[in-house]
Design a protein around this ligand. Sequence first.
Ligand SMILES: C[S@@+](CC[C@H](N)C(=O)[O-])C[C@H]1O[C@@H](n2cnc3c(N)ncnc32)[C@H](O)[C@@H]1O
Length: 260
Amino acid sequence: MGFLSVLSMAHKLIVERVSPGDTVVDATCGNGVDTRFLAELVGARGTVYAFDIQAQALQRTSERLAPLAAAGKLPLLHLVQDSHAAMAAYVAMPPQGVMAAMVAPPAASGSRLMGPRLVGPAGAEAARLAESLAAESLSWAAAGDVAAANGSRAEYAAAQHSSKAAAVMFNLGYLPGADADPAVITKTDSTLAALDAALTLLRPGGIITIVVYPGHVGGELEAASVENWASALPQLTAQAVLYRMAQKPDSPYLIAVEKK
Ligand SMILES: C[S@@+](CC[C@H](N)C(=O)[O-])C[C@H]1O[C@@H](n2cnc3c(N)ncnc32)[C@H](O)[C@@H]1O
């Protein structure tokens, strides 16, 4: 039968802790596999932040999410072209009134409340991303339905942002694919800064999953640093586990942290 792969184990740990309507973060969206997984978990009432430093990754992610958009099942989605080290600035938890005002729909019907907010790429890049998400299918009417199911629009908006993140996923290394540049790779310093930010953003009981790649050039040092970071967390703050194939020291492995 065999054991679960590290990616499947990461998904399993997240499924057990994330519910529809939650706020979640993909810190390295790459091809969008994990972003789509998170988007399906939190559903149309949820919020997903997806970070990558490469426009190509955001494009691939938006294409992978297009079927959800077409089916009206896209969460409030923030595609952010920036380092995950800056995630706290994006995954902000402003006072409820502020956020309610930010997402409150304009009076005119046909305007979009739930369309993807594109942070980072501008102009043509943003337009391309919106196009692949078939953004016009995210109608104000659909958003109104969601709001109605949750009370007033202001309550809905506040609920989206009053709770902290339920999960933050990291899949370190480089963007897979023949046309991607393997030299664009996660770096230890920014990874550790992002992990600190993620822990702050996480709600109690929330989880961080980190898939590390000791077999990549530079990956061994990054993996060891992440493991040290997790091991040094005070037990009153968080609990940390490793999931690793004991006979395959070069294979990717999983570090997971649950906030107390
Ligand atoms: C292994 S891939 C992620 C795979 C992705 N989770 C998926 O499901 O397809 C790693 C990604 O991290 C991105 N990356 C590298 N440094 C980053 C940084 N500082 N902040 C955010 N993303 C970064 C790379 O561009 C690459 O797309």
